[in-house]
Design a protein around this ligand. Structure first.
Ligand code: NI
Ligand code: MN
Length: 226
């Protein structure tokens, strides 16, 4: 699988022959000011929750690409009423798509759409198929529910975890999260976009390496192949 980061929680993940765009929100991110959502491709759009820093560019990219939105029932229904196609899920459920299997899992956070519409409960995704398995945690605190992932899903090749603190867990808790999900390779996200979530990169990497783990801190537009 190939994962390209576009700031905050926006990735394009090439998996199972499809392009999975996650939480598209370049236009509200100062770090991504030189990027244009119209340059990103998508067959599917995975949306973890309804906050603006995760959905700001969703309608624009869904309109252009015709991609299928995968999210919780409330978010898919909201965009469905606006004419966008989607696949609704809810916590604990999985579905086999043409690129692989997706399970929607628990996140401890909040979820409301930018216009104030209820956004259901926030979540994360575990995705697996011929190319391996990844966990996209979404915005979340460290939670004991993460221990269910290795009990119910194939072993992870990479865990995409927020490390920015303040609105989500910080890197110290992400080290523990990587234990809970039984994955020593972590790709960080949800950091540096705004002053509240600026992170000391070296301290974050050292916290992981001290436990024999690897933290990959992506660069904007940079691609990681796993
Ligand atoms: Ni959020
Ligand atoms: Mn967020």
């Amino acid at each position: 699988m190939k994962l390209t980061w576009y700031g905050q929680s926006t990735f394009v993940i090439e998996f199972g022959g499809k392009k999975l765009l996650t939480d598209p929100a370049l236009s509200v991110n100062p770090l991504a000011k030189d990027l244009n959502i119209d340059d990103l491709e998508a067959d599917y759009i995975l949306v973890t929750h309804g906050h603006g820093d995760h959905v700001a560019d969703l309608e624009q990219v869904a309109k252009r690409t015709g991609a299928t939105i995968i999210s919780n029932y409330e978010i898919v229904s909201y965009y469905g009423a606006k004419g966008f196609q989607g696949h609704p899920m809810n916590h604990g459920g999985k579905w086999k798509f043409d690129f692989g299997t997706v399970k929607y899992v628990h996140a401890v956070h909040s979820s409301v759409l930018p216009d104030g519409t209820y956004g259901g409960n926030p979540g994360g995704f575990v995705v697996w198929g011929d190319e391996g398995c990844f966990y996209l945690a979404g915005d979340t605190a460290l939670t004991m529910d993460m221990k269910l992932i290795p009990m119910t899903c194939p072993s992870l090749d990479v865990a995409i975890l927020p490390i920015g603190d303040n609105f989500t867990m910080g890197y110290e808790d992400a080290v523990i999260a990587s234990d809970f999900v039984a994955c020593d390779k972590v790709l960080g996200c949800h950091f540096d976009s705004f002053p509240y979530i600026e992170v000391d990169h070296n301290a974050a990497r050292e916290a992981f390496s001290a436990k024999g783990k690897e933290l990959i801190i992506p660069t904007i537009g940079g691609t990681i192949e796993i």
